[in-house]
Write a protein that binds this ligand. Structure first.
Ligand code: SF4
Length: 953
């Protein structure tokens, strides 16, 4: 694939005047010849020239100096989308010159957001960690010594071996910010027999996930925007959010074909500003709007009878809630109308502030779009509110009503569009259940209660002997960061903390080991995400390692090609696992054996070779080019496994599947060996959905069985920041702290100079009418009081947010202390932290961002000084009692800053935060459920352990 560019008139004139090199006629050097031969100004060279691509060196201007490059594909790791990147490696210096889009990536298709190319900044960051570091002095004291990787691996492996030998497997925990791989850690942790996968998901997406899972057993949406006629987003997918670059491309495609876009968001995001309908709802009121739309669709007969009749468990609903009523579809519709009769558009307007007429208009457009109705919610409302999972549940209700589940232009479950690799050795599920991650109070929690770890440790629920944090920075990213510092500093609670990270961070400062790991172009990963109605894999590969091999100088380990001694995680885990069980007596080592060289340790290339050889269609496609499957992935970086994936629930069971099965006549449920395997619909044996009924579960017996009967149907749950608890005259607001700035991402972008240059402030958005009534002018210093403290910020007066709501982006406000190694200086303030006893913590900015001397001349050109404000650290934890999601939104009281306040000040009382944790904990309805279970067997659980562990006794 190549894109050609004809010279413009201006370019032609500029060339004739010798203002720019003559790129469009043959010149002297090889570069000019190459350029002419290939079509000049090629945006993406054709793959057959990727091993030897020549361009003029821009920095040598006006001299025409040819530069020879290798182009090597990899994948971005600056957000979860995993877009394709193409690295230009200078053959002379063997360094990366730039990273651009890889057109062979089926999701990103050659396009990236600003964060993709900025990967180069992270690789060249002069402050990055290059060697393993071990703390000396007390934890958090800021003193570090360089140590060898061998000593690190032996120390950690020895400690883990002892813990495993003593049956203390639950004292080993791996806590990850962004996984960035498919299946690798599950393989490793199961090999150790450790239930230690702790993720960030409960501060990210568990709310939305639970709302989907309770419907269809699969926990994320995958909209087919390209073919949609109407799109409803409870998110900002043109600029941010999961898979936003691949999604944004397809949303724009649909709009160019005439599709309409509606956005529910209290903030005028870039997405809302591009929409046909912006519905600035009061936070948490979204389900009221969505149910009002459902009511319009029901009342006006805009629903899809065929889909509802065949693919929804409506009979169960009638049989349970309307005993004695004939089980007919008409009676079902009448019951539903009655159920949702209170959700009038006027009621929704009262709750949300969105005009009833617009709600009706959008509902009718949804009905008209029918099966071509695409929806999405990721963080936003479902992550902000108590009961936020009801947002995705009521949003999906609209897809169910219109029959737009899994259709062209509709919304599929994510799992249909995600590839799961087949690894070479499959350890059995772990025989432990770690209650420090999934405690009994949260039997339905969709992911681990990771943000409660400091409180669990404080309560004495357990301790950790070996704690890995990997690309994970809870001190800064999570709520209640000072409680994290208290936990991390306490060696009786956390025996050893190893931070696997490419760069220093607020959390790494409180580690025992800081272990440098590669950025996206310095490591291997296999990734696959639900970006569209297809299924693909992409290969993140260490670019310089591949380049060395191409130059005939292969290396054995990735760190040998990377800068310093920067390892990649995959090789670290293999090496560590090998050393935990050196003689094989623990039964762990066997999983690290090569599938190709019996008795030898597996290499990273063998690990991926085995997987790629088993990807359907890949070996065949590779063979057509004379390549192995691994060779193909190394060359192109991506492969499309399946296209046009729709209606997977209607795929039929095979004869082999059906052998020994039986069908329940009243429900059509097909079971085998006591487990449901499918459902009969209109006489066809379909696989259905992985739910108890194998259908979409409008009516959830699970919610009843697990003590939440009031939520058996999709409903509206009033948020903890509902407007009725706000006293506006006292300056009380709902604070929306969850939105992303398009060029930043959590702590990941702090070492990317191009990104920090674009965005480095996070003022508090406030509607002009609110600012007027409180007497604030744009830029005024304000004190934002949360339930556990306050932060001092500036107000940004705007019409881009609805009255009664304020918002502040969470990406900014990075910090380091005087004693910490200088790091991320494009984005970090130097702060002073004072611990005043009784859980009281104060933080003040001592030095904001300043230019500094380094080997990068740009560091002396920093023109900005504002590093923003760290707001998350002033938030208490708010665990939703059902989904386990941290409910991010805060009820805050805003006042003018006090005389003693300075911009960026933070105050927190962690004893108060512990009390608030207890208050939210008291809302739970703990296990056991039916049969003494900790959790419903059918509901997905991350990193599922052995079934026996599901039973409390
Ligand atoms: S959307 Fe941007 S940050 Fe995310 S993977 Fe793609 S290029 Fe990277």
């Amino acid at each position: 694939m190549s894109y050609t560019h004809k010279p413009t008139v201006i370019e032609t004139i500029a060339e004739k005047l010798h203002l720019i090199p003559d790129l469009h006629t043959a010149g002297d050097g090889p570069a000019a010849k190459k350029a002419v031969a290939d079509g000049s100004q090629v945006n993406c060279p054709p793959p057959d020239q990727w091993d030897n691509w020549v361009e003029y060196d821009s920095k040598s201007w006006p001299e025409r100096k040819a530069k020879e490059y290798m182009l090597i594909p990899t994948a971005c790791f600056n957000c979860e989308a995993g877009c394709g990147l193409l690295a230009y490696v200078d053959k002379e210096t063997m360094t990366m010159r730039k990273l651009v889009g890889n057109p062979y990536h089926p999701a990103s298709r050659g396009r990236n957001c600003a964060k993709g190319p900025a990967t180069l900044n992270q690789i060249e960051d002069t402050d990055r960690v290059l060697y393993p570091m071990k703390r000396s002095g007390k934890r958090g004291g800021g003193k570090w010594d360089r140590v060898s990787w061998d000593s690190v691996l032996d120390d950690i492996a020895g400690r883990m071996r002892k813990a495993i030998q003593e049956g203390r497997n639950n004292e080993i925990s791996y806590h990850v910010g962004r996984p960035g791989h498919e299946g690798f850690m599950e393989w490793v942790l199961r090999a150790w027999n450790v239930d230690g996968h702790n993720s960030h998901t409960n501060v990210c997406s568990s709310g939305a996930r639970f709302g989907y899972a309770i419907w269809e057993g699969l926990d994320r949406p995958s909209p087919d925007y390209t073919n949609a006629k109407f799109m409803l987003l409870v998110s900002a997918h043109l600029e941010s959010g999961h898979y936003f670059n691949p999604h944004a491309q397809r949303i724009v495609e649909a709009r160019t074909k005439g599709a309409k876009l509606a956005v529910l968001d209290p903030r005028l995001s870039n997405t809302a500003s591009m929409s046909d309908y912006w519905m600035p709802s009061f936070p948490g009121s979204e389900p009221a709007i969505l149910l009002a739309m459902a009511k319009v669709i029901l009342d006006e007969g805009l629903y899809n009878r065929d889909y509802l009749e065949n693919w929804v468990n409506w009979k169960e609903y009638l049989q349970q809630d309307y005993k004695g009523t004939p089980v007919t579809f008409e009676n079902f519709i009448e019951a539903l109308k009655k159920e949702y009769s209170a959700y009038t558009p006027e009621f929704a307007e009262k709750e949300s502030g969105v005009k009833a007429a617009m709600i009706v208009d959008v509902a009718r457009k949804i009905g008209e779009a029918g099966t071509q109705f695409a929806t999405h919610v990721w963080r936003s409302a479902s992550s902000g509110n108590l009961g936020g999972w009801a947002v995705s549940r009521t949003l999906h209700f609209l897809n169910v009503l219109t029959g737009s589940v899994g259709t062209p232009g509709g919304t599929s479950p994510s799992a249909w569009n995600k590839f799961h690799p087949d690894v070479h050795a499959k350890p059995k599920p772990q025989t432990y259940w770690n209650t420090l991650q999934l405690p009994d109070e949260y039997p339905l929690a969709h992911f681990e209660l990771s943000f409660l770890l400091p409180h669990f440790l404080k309560e004495g629920r357990g301790k950790l002997d070996v704690y890995f944090t990997r690309v994970f920075n809870p001190v800064w990213t999570y709520p209640d960061g000072f409680s994290w510092i208290e936990a991390l500093e306490d060696e009786s609670k956390i025996g050893l903390h190893a931070a696997l990270t490419p760069t220093w961070s607020e959390t790494a400062y409180f580690a025992d080991y800081v272990l440098p790991m590669g950025h996206s172009a310095e490591r291997h990963d296999l990734i696959s995400y639900e970006t569209h109605a297809g299924k693909w894999i992409a290969f993140r590969q260490p670019v310089l390692r591949v380049a060395h091999a191409k130059m005939g100088k292969p290396v054995d380990y990735t760190w040998q090609a990377n800068v310093g001694e920067v390892w990649e995680e995959d090789e670290f885990w293999i090496e560590l696992t090998w050393r935990i069980d050196p003689d094989g007596s623990l039964g762990i080592k066997q999983y690290c054996m090569s599938p190709y060289r019996p008795g030898e340790k597996i290499t990273i290339e063998e690990y991926y070779r085995y997987i790629f050889e088993r990807v359907p269609g890949l070996p065949e496609k590779a063979a057509k080019e004379g390549l192995t499957a691994l060779g193909y992935m190394q060359k192109y970086g991506a492969f499309e496994v399946e296209t046009n994936v729709y209606k997977v629930n209607e795929r039929t069971l095979s004869e082999a599947d059906l052998q020994g099965s039986s069908v329940k006549p009243e429900t059509g449920l097909i079971t085998k060996n006591g487990k449901s395997i499918g459902v009969q619909v209109n006489g066809v044996n379909c696989t259905g959905f992985p739910t108890p009924s194998r259908k979409q579960e409008l009516y959830s017996q699970t919610m009843i069985d697990w003590k939440w009967p009031e939520y058996r149907l999709p409903t509206y749950i009033k948020s903890h920041v509902h407007q009725e608890i706000m006293n506006r005259s006292k300056g009380e607001f709902a604070l929306v702290p969850t939105f992303r700035l398009p060029v930043l991402i959590h702590s990941r972008s702090g070492n990317a100079k191009w990104l920090a240059e674009i965005a480095h402030r996070n003022p508090v958005w406030m509607n002009a009418s609110d600012a007027k009534s409180l007497g604030f002018e744009d830029g005024d210093l304000i004190r934002v009081n949360t339930d556990i403290g306050f932060f001092i910020n500036r107000v940004w007066v705007t019409e881009g947010i609805r009255p009664g709501v304020v918002a502040c982006s969470h990406h900014i406000g990075r910090w380091r202390r005087e004693q910490d190694p200088a790091a991320n200086r494009w984005a970090t303030n130097r702060v002073e932290i004072k611990r005043e006893g009784g859980g009281k913590w104060k933080m003040r900015v001592a030095e904001s961002i300043e230019p500094y001397e380094s080997s990068d001349p740009d560091s002396s050109r920093i023109f900005w000084s504002d590093g923003g404000v760290h707001q998350n650290i002033t938030f208490p934890v708010h665990p939703d009692p059902i989904s386990g999601m941290h409910c991010w939104h805060q009820k805050v009281r805003i006042e003018k800053a006090h005389e003693e306040d300075s911009y960026g000040d933070v105050f927190v009382d962690t004893e108060r935060s512990f009390q608030i944790y207890k208050e939210w904990l008291a809302m739970t309805r703990p296990a056991p459920g039916p049969d003494g279970l900790r959790r419903p067997l059918w509901l997905g659980r991350p990193f599922r352990p052995d079934e026996k562990t599901y039973y409390l006794k």
